[in-house]
Design a protein around this ligand. Structure first.
Ligand code: ADP
Ligand code: MG
Length: 603
């Protein structure tokens, strides 16, 4: 049996027996579904994209209050010319909730998502608290007493009055969302979202607009929370501020983290576990301890600590390992028609592709680059060498948009790139590797390399969710596979990046850069850590790329490697160019000899 078949059977079984389940079970299941909707948004936000939020309960509240207000205040429906008992009201309430949540999330996100480190979670606590107090203090929302008289939902001629009826809707919606998000994560856009977690530098260098993606994930999580709030309001038919306070926000986060921070199904597992555990503790503890004090909170907290200590990645990965023993993963269906990726025409050989003029960079008192001039031409391998700390990596960052020069100019294909971000450099055809490897360790080599072709495909979130991007995705995978094989890593294509030796991880970075079809390729110490045989293969690959017309700038310590392949060499010392020319010229330059004899490089 495959995992997909198993999931389908479970879903059919759930809906098949829904009508027969006892009322108590249905109620529990419905709550689990409502919580899971919020938790799955948090899995996307926290587990996948790496942003922690304690404030999701506030968005649940926005969804609930928006519909409660719209459905119960006659003046609100009158605004749209609707009767106070119109069955359309809850649906407009849903749209209103979505609108409010998305707007608030967008505004809050624009402010808080810039914060890094501990400030983002602290920011989410602040807005969670403020929205909660706002609900309680606004007279027209019923203050702390809340608002009653929320009508039931109607679907066509069906009125969803009971938990059993509404629960069916909750679970249908939840399963649909799990399906759509699963599709999203298994796409170009999903790779970009995952890349957010490793920090912005790498993702931006692949052409991912990290600020935009962060906001989008944040708004998505808010919309899911708001949807949960809407369903909740029409189930309870009453809203008050209590279920939307900070405690509940923390509980949602627990659900996502305990279930399995980076796994969508983990949200469901976490929601089920925490809901059932809380219920169980509430039932059992009073008789066990002989008092009715609020001890379940304490025991619950301790249990959470234990779970997190024992399963730092949440429970889902352990469960998935168990499932993998009995269930096969069905091979991905291959797309019928590949959609062509965008192609770049390389400039003619000899053209100056990248040019740096008087580029300087100052870090406080240290002048890491001092008026560096350098041209890289199409069809040429240019090496940048120099002792450790000479400023080579700094220079790479300046000419790839990762950092801005203090002074001087950088031109890429004739275009002034002053203060442009690395994303713009990537779009203009500059792809790079990093001295300190930046890969998504738990993802496959194939997935990592496909991220490099991000800008060559265009399908958006909705297309990915609905699987309309399959032709393009297959083309991306094919391109990634091609580059991996070209770099000699074919046998490792499906291994996780983290399982490779460091030298091989550098090669994965090269394949990823090549997937972007660069006009100019920047390689920061690509041969470090490679065995001799693989260095020879790498030299062959670079010579091959040169003959195809690529411009290559390489920083490397292995002199034999450099002298063999470089057409031109620039030598840096203390941030300054001390020599420039062919291998033969540079090798006999007295300044270079002095620099290297003065401090032979350890790497
Ligand atoms: P290389 O790559 O040639 O070994 P780097 O460019 O990494 O050298 O570093 C050049 C100098 O600049 C070093 O002295 C380093 O300590 C300093 N440096 C690099 N990055 C920063 C930074 N972000 N802040 C302050 N100093 C830096
Ligand atoms: Mg360096």
């Amino acid at each position: 049996m495959t995992q997909r078949q198993f999931t389908l059977c479970a879903v059919v079984l759930l809906f098949g027996v829904w009508g027969l389940l006892p009322e108590f079970t249905v109620t529990k299941l419905n709550y689990i579904g409502l919580y899971a909707l919020v938790a799955v948004g948090l899995v996307m936000l926290t587990g996948v994209a790496g942003m922690t939020s304690f404030g999701q309960a506030a968005f649940v509240g926005l969804g609930a209050y928006a519909t409660a207000w719209f459905c119960t205040v006659p003046a609100a429906s009158a605004l749209l010319g609707l009767a106070p008992d119109s069955t359309a009201l809850p649906w407009i309430g849903l749209v209103l909730g979505f609108f409010l949540s998305a707007t608030v999330a967008w505004i809050l996100g624009s402010v808080t998502l810039r914060l890094s480190g501990h400030y983002l979670p602290l920011g989410t606590i602040a807005w969670g608290l403020s929205l909660y107090f706002l609900f309680g203090n606004l007279e027209f929302l019923g203050g702390h007493t809340g608002m009653g008289g929320v009508p039931p939902l109607t679907l066509g001629s069906l009125t969803l009055r009971s938990v059993r009826e509404l629960g069916l809707l909750t679970w249908s919606v939840l399963l649909l969302i799990l399906w759509a998000l699963h599709n999203l994560l298994d796409s170009r856009e999903g790779r970009a979202i995952r890349a957010l977690k490793t920090g912005r530098v790498m993702a931006e260098s692949m052409g991912v607009d990290t600020a935009r993606y962060r906001i989008k994930v944040f708004v998505l999580a808010a919309l899911l929370a708001s949807l949960s709030g809407w369903l909740y309001a029409h189930l309870q038919r009453f809203v008050n501020p209590t279920p939307f306070n900070l405690n509940i926000g923390i509980e949602y986060l627990f659900m996502a983290v305990v279930g399995g921070a980076g796994h969508l199904w983990g949200a469901l597992l976490g929601a089920a576990l925490i809901t059932l555990m809380k219920q169980y503790l509430q039932d059992v503890l009073p008789s066990l301890l002989g008092t009715s004090g609020n001890f379940e909170g304490i025991v619950f907290g301790l249990l959470m600590l234990l779970v997190l200590q024992r399963f730092s990645d949440g429970l889902w990965p352990s469960l998935a390992r168990l499932a993998n023993r009995y269930l096969r993963v069905a091979p991905a269906a291959s797309a019928k028609a590949l959609r062509a990726l965008s192609q770049r025409t390389l400039p003619d050989k000899g053209t100056v592709v990248l040019s740096a003029r008087d580029v300087s960079k100052r870090f406080g008192g240290l002048l890491a680059n001092n008026k560096v001039n350098l041209d890289v031409r199409a069809g040429e391998i240019h090496a940048l060498i120099g002792p450790n700390g000479a400023g080579k990596s700094t220079f790479f960052n300046l000419i790839s948009g990762v950092d801005d020069p203090t002074s001087g100019t950088v031109h890429l294909l004739g275009r002034d790139m002053k203060t442009q971000s690395s994303r713009v450099f990537a779009g203009a055809g500059l792809c790079r590797t990093f001295q300190h490897v930046r890969l998504l360790g738990p993802r496959s080599v194939l997935d990592n390399v496909a991220l490099g072709a991000h800008l060559r495909a265009h399908s958006g979130w909705l297309a990915a969710m609905l699987r309309l991007d399959r032709g393009e995705e297959a083309a991306l995978m094919q391109e990634a596979q091609r580059q991996i094989e070209r770099c000699g890593l074919g046998p490792q294509a499906n291994d996780t990046a983290a399982s490779l030796a460091l030298g091989q991880q550098r090669i994965v970075e090269i394949a990823r850069a090549l997937a972007g079809q660069p006009s100019v390729l920047l390689l920061d110490e690509p041969a470090a850590g490679l065995p001799h045989q693989e260095k020879v293969a790498l030299a062959q690959l670079l010579t091959q790329l040169r003959s195809e017309g690529m411009a290559i700038l390489v920083v490397e310590h292995d002199m034999e490697f450099v002298m063999n392949i470089a057409d031109r060499i620039t030598v840096l010392e203390f941030g300054q160019v001390i020599a420039h020319g062919t291998a033969a010229q540079v090798q006999v330059d007295p300044k270079v000899v002095a620099a290297y004899l003065g401090g032979v490089d350890g790497d």
